[in-house]
Design a binder for this molecule. Structure first.
Ligand code: TRP
Length: 371
């Protein structure tokens, strides 16, 4: 039997079996019929084609409502505990695709409160600072001005609090313990927090004073929060939010989620070209023990972190990805060349991102939602 794994918003360990996770969480796989339906609205994103965004709850209902002229809003977020890395950008890029495809509003939550309460070493000044720093990365992704509302929990709290306590009143301690695996040693802010993460799913309905559907694109590790949100939604007289889940981007080290703690295996959005080259140069690959071996037997793209980066983010063209896979398997390309090509792609992407990130400083306030 494969090694066991755990996925919660606060702990991801072991080798994740994503099919099994769908069973455990009780979500639905995005099947070909759903993709065909989606193709009516525009191009199918490479993350959908490649089953990187692969699971959902009620996404079909969101489309039904949309077809009836009942537009939804998007909601996603970020826990601002430090700088942003490429793994974080992945679900955001997908969120932007959805915003463009359906021309809808996006609520973007910065859970500075969450990261303050869950990390001993972070002060509230730290998490607020990271909230604003990370907002620049969000804006740099090209979300629509006027349709994108970013906020920090500690700042929008006057608006959020009444909704948060209505949610909190419906959530038991025993549920939170079971869903997140908390024990009695957790501080009480952490226990309360999930009610704050529920709130943005209801914000548009609250502002419009009528029920508005909400779709949450997120890494599948966040699903436990929203199971709770969905359980309480109707009791608060709102729709259950729908969800669309992405797999977690693997690190340069191998298959596990890109971790914030393993410095050199993580590419920050602010890294220089030299740093990117070094990090990718040191990445784990599916190469053979020697060049001769690899020329003879080929490499293994399915375990290769460089290939993963291409697949998840940097090589959206299916034909190009397929060619690369063939070349790797047949021993026609060596890891050095492949790494150099990826580094070029990453550097080019980051150059543009960093320019937009700088410009975002001047327009930040246009994106901020305030009480
Ligand atoms: N809790 C998430 C994190 O730690 C941040 C978050 C808040 C979020 N709301 C969300 C992520 C909605 C996805 C969707 O990263």
């Amino acid at each position: 039997m494969a090694e066991d794994f755990t996925v919660t918003p606060y702990q991801v360990t072991g080798e994740i079996d994503y099919d099994e996770l769908v069973e455990r969480f009780g979500t639905k796989k995005i099947d070909n019929a759903l993709l065909r339906r989606l193709s009516k609205y525009g191009e199918i994103h490479h993350m959908l084609r490649r089953k990187i965004v692969y699971s959902h709850r009620d996404f079909d209902w969101i489309l039904n409502e949309y077809d009836k002229g009942n537009k939804f809003v998007l909601y996603t977020g970020r826990g601002p505990s430090g700088p942003v890395h490429i793994g974080h950008l992945m679900p955001w890029a997908f969120t932007k695709y959805l915003q463009d495809l359906f021309d809808v509003k996006l609520y973007f939550q910065m859970t500075d409160d969450e990261k303050f309460m869950f990390y001993d070493k972070l002060s509230m000044d730290d998490t607020r600072k990271w909230g604003y720093e990370n907002a620049l990365d969000v804006i740099a992704m090209g979300f629509k001005k006027g349709k994108t509302k970013i906020f920090l929990d500690t700042e929008l709290i006057k608006t959020m609090y009444p909704l948060a306590i209505r949610a909190a009143k419906k959530i038991n301690f025993s549920t939170v313990k079971a869903v997140f695996g908390f024990d009695n040693s957790y501080n009480i802010g952490s226990i309360f927090f999930t009610s704050i993460q529920s709130v943005p799913a209801f914000l548009e309905s609250y502002f419009q004073k009528k029920k508005v559907p909400c779709l949450i694109p997120c890494g599948i590790d966040q699903d436990p929060h929203f199971r709770i949100t969905r359980d309480i939604a109707e009791g608060l007289d709102y729709y259950k939010p729908a969800l669309i889940h992405a797999k977690l981007m693997p690190s340069l080290m191998g298959s596990e989620k890109m971790s914030t703690s393993k410095g050199d295996m993580t590419i920050w959005t602010t890294d220089s070209p030299k740093t990117v080259k070094r990090k990718i140069g040191n990445a784990f690959t599916g190469g053979a023990v020697s060049v001769e071996e690899q020329k003879k037997h080929g490499g293994k793209p399915e375990i290769c972190s460089v290939f993963n980066y291409n697949q998840y983010f940097f090589l959206p063209d299916d034909k190009a990805l397929d060619d690369l896979m063939q070349k790797c398997r047949s021993g026609a390309i060596m890891c050095g060349e492949c790494k150099a090509a990826l580094a070029e792609r990453v550097i080019e992407f980051l150059q543009r991102h960093q320019e937009r990130r700088e410009k975002a400083k001047d327009i930040l306030e246009d994106f901020m939602l305030r009480d």
